[in-house]
Design a protein around this ligand. Structure first.
Ligand SMILES: Nc1ncnc2c1ncn2[C@@H]1O[C@H](COP(=O)(O)OP(=O)(O)O)[C@@H](O)[C@H]1O
Ligand SMILES: [Mg+2]
Length: 371
């Protein structure tokens, strides 16, 4: 376990009243890694983070930090620092003193302390406000003080619970870059909880997607983006189009899936060993791998009616209805010469055979009980 900073083995948390907040959480965090736990509200992210920090006892399973079993140790005996969702700042101290506090506790001399505090205060953009008290700061500024205070002691593992949640859009973009830079500079393992796909995908080396108290997928942003493992992940991450049908037959690494009106070619990802003809299947196709108009070499074609366009700079998402109530999103760069669609206009939407990814069912607590 030499290069593993944090290991969770089959960790469960059931609160009084039988809320199963975390079920069978098993994951490894490497030293110096930036890991994001991503999922909708209530899926168990904060609880998992608090168990790593020792603020919540586990119901079952083990937790290791730097090779040591810390499952039964209090927070003060774990080399973790937590940045709370509520800032928990000292109200009667200045920004500077709030950030300085833990260095004072460590007994660092005045010059070294001041150097580090000024560096940190500057890094989070608070130099002008260093002599203010928390009550004279906005929520976003208080959040930055909390971040500076959590980082100043240079813990082995920093636990961050929705650290950018209360910042406005522009500041959040800046802080995402800063956070990543700080993490790389310090080499501290960051474990961050977020419900924001953008935050997780742009900052983390590794993303743990959760829902219903369970891990749905662990992978790099790219892996999760390119090969969502199951229906939940495909639906929650990225701009994916979901399709349902019946498996007809298999040909090597491709499977034929039939809907009421269409036959689709779909890639079978490596982790799926068996496909049963006749069974129901779901697959997803990324919006940016779909094309409008007849295209050569695209095995999948479907007709749709133009509904609307969503704009994002030079990137456009055109929405087509291919069956009543089934909308597909086609994301493309827009050129001035491109055709402008009228609502209701018919157009072919196509994609390559290996752009469709066959999906597993979403993991649910019931699956484990059967196993
Ligand atoms: N102290 C607690 N007592 C009882 N239930 C709790 C407690 N903390 C969290 N929960 C429940 O556990 C589940 C997971 O919560 P949480 O970990 O906070 O989710 P997330 O951070 O993903 O939004 C939720 O159903 C929540 O209501
Ligand atoms: Mg939470």
């Amino acid at each position: 376990m030499a290069d593993l900073d944090v290991v969770l083995e089959h960790v469960d948390k059931t609160f009084a009243g039988e809320t199963r907040a975390v079920i069978d959480f098993t994951a490894e965090f490497e030293r110096g890694e930036f890991v994001a736990m991503l999922g909708p509200s209530g899926c168990g992210k904060t609880t998992t983070l608090r168990m790593i920090g020792g603020l919540e006892e586990v119901t079952a399973g083990r937790i290791y930090i730097a090779g040591q079993d810390v499952t039964d140790l209090p927070p003060s005996h774990r080399d973790t620092s937590m940045m709370f969702q509520s800032f928990a700042l000292f109200p009667h101290r200045t920004v500077f003193q709030n950030v300085e506090f833990s260095l004072k506790m460590q007994g660092l001399d005045r010059d070294a302390r001041h150097r580090r505090v000024w560096e940190m205060v500057e890094m989070v953009g608070l130099s002008e406000l260093a002599s203010r008290r928390p009550s004279d700061l906005s929520g976003g500024q208080q959040q930055r003080v909390a971040l500076a205070r959590a980082l100043i002691s240079r813990p082995t593992v920093l636990l961050l619970d929705e650290p950018l949640g209360s910042l406005d859009y522009n500041l959040r973009q800046t802080m995402m870059v800063e956070l990543k830079k700080i993490q790389q500079e310090t080499g501290i393992t960051f474990i961050m909880v977020t419900h924001s796909q953008q935050e997780a995908m742009s900052m983390a080396d590794k993303v743990i997607v959760m829902s219903d108290a369970m891990i749905q997928q662990i992978g790099t942003s790219r892996e999760i983006h390119e090969n969502p493992r199951n229906r939940f992940v495909a639906d929650f991450i990225g701009n994916n189009n979901l399709f349902r049908g019946t498996i007809r037959s298999r040909s090597g690494s491709v499977v034929f899936v039939e809907s009421d009106t269409q036959l689709y070619y779909v890639k079978i990802p490596e982790h799926i060993r068996q496909v049963r003809p006749g069974s129901e299947a779901y697959f997803s196709v990324r919006a940016d791998l779909m094309h409008t108009g007849e295209q050569p070499n695209m095995a999948n074609k479907v007709m749709g009616s133009y509904i609307a366009t969503e704009f994002m700079g030079t990137l456009e998402t055109d929405v087509f209805e291919i069956e009543p109530g089934h909308f597909v999103h086609v994301e493309q760069h827009r050129h001035l010469s491109d055709r402008v669609y009228q609502v209701g206009e018919r157009e072919t939407v196509c994609w390559a055979a290996d752009s469709g990814v066959l999906l597993e069912a979403t993991r649910r607590p019931e699956d484990l009980e059967v196993a």
